[in-house]
Design a protein around this ligand. Structure first.
Ligand code: SAH
Length: 257
């Protein structure tokens, strides 16, 4: 696939950005590197003259930016979601280096849309937002001062993407593609599977919704390592459904043949 087409499949998602200037800076960072699909989840102020001013020649990206009321909406259809986090998280998804993750992003963009998710300037990504990512990236920094400006973080990632995409197949070679794979499952299909797990585990009493502990984050980590395909999600959901009777209550044994 042509590098330009791969780049067009990469979404940049900004979660709850507080400063419109940073939205403009992100648009400029994207356009200079050939990306165009900007998504804003609950921006505090947008549109705004400060965003236009910082975007300069990239105002067209701002005009085309989609605004979403929640993160899952911005991730619908994405086959890979990578969160950007300045901090290591306790029970988050697997963490990778920017170059390694960009290689994976480009390899999976061959199969469908992919997304990079950036957090709010003050609090970063919330745990709930991080849990929706299949992997995370921390940009290496001075350990004593590790937080980049939002627009700068977008620039670093977009630069790495452009370098890898135009390296003439190098990126794909860096990232081994699994043999015999069917289509990758999308973010919404995988979230549907987690909702199904939650329902069945609640019905069987394995999960107490009042005291969920770390069960769900641990399941998410497990499946994030597996790079689920659509067929595999369907199998998991079939198994889950087989424990439920028609009223939706688990009965703990598979249906009679
Ligand atoms: N104080 C916040 C940082 C917010 S910076 C925190 O501790 O998480 C705004 C966003 O820029 C972050 O949510 C992240 O998406 C991105 N970012 C900033 N520095 C980064 C780094 N070193 N590695 C990866 N992402 C970074």
């Amino acid at each position: 696939m042509k590098p330009e087409l791969l780049l067009s499949r990469i979404r940049v998602v900004l979660c709850r950005p507080s400063h419109p200037g940073n939205i403009g800076a992100a648009a400029r960072a994207m356009k200079t590197m050939g990306l165009a699909d900007l998504r804003l989840v609950q921006p505090r102020t947008f549109p705004d003259p400060a965003a236009d001013a910082r975007a300069t020649g990239a105002v067209d990206l701002l005009n085309l930016a989609k605004i979403h009321s929640a993160l899952p909406e911005a991730l619908a259809g994405a086959v890979l979601v990578i969160g950007l986090s300045a901090r290591r998280r306790d029970l988050g998804p697997p963490v990778g280096q920017p170059r390694e993750m960009v290689a994976r992003l480009l390899a999976e963009a061959e199969q469908g849309p992919v997304a990079l998710v950036f957090g709010n300037e003050t609090v970063g990504l919330t745990n709930d937002e991080i849990q929706q990512c299949h992997a995370t990236v921390t940009i290496p920094t001075n350990p004593e001062f590790s937080s980049l400006n939002l627009g700068a973080a977008v620039q670093v990632m977009c630069y790495e993407i452009r370098m890898a995409a135009f390296a003439g197949g190098l990126a794909a070679a860096d990232y081994p593609i699994k043999p015999c794979s069917t289509s990758l499952a999308t973010h919404d299909e995988i979230e549907g599977m987690y909702a199904h797990f939650t329902a069945v585990m609640t019905e069987t009493g394995f999960l107490n919704p009042q005291h969920p502990g770390r069960l769900l984050p641990k399941l998410r980590r497990l499946f994030a390592r597996a790079q689920l395909e659509r067929e595999e999600v369907n199998i998991m959901r079939g198994i889950l459904a087989s424990t439920q009777n028609p009223t939706g209550h688990a009965r703990g044994k598979p249906p009679a043949a």
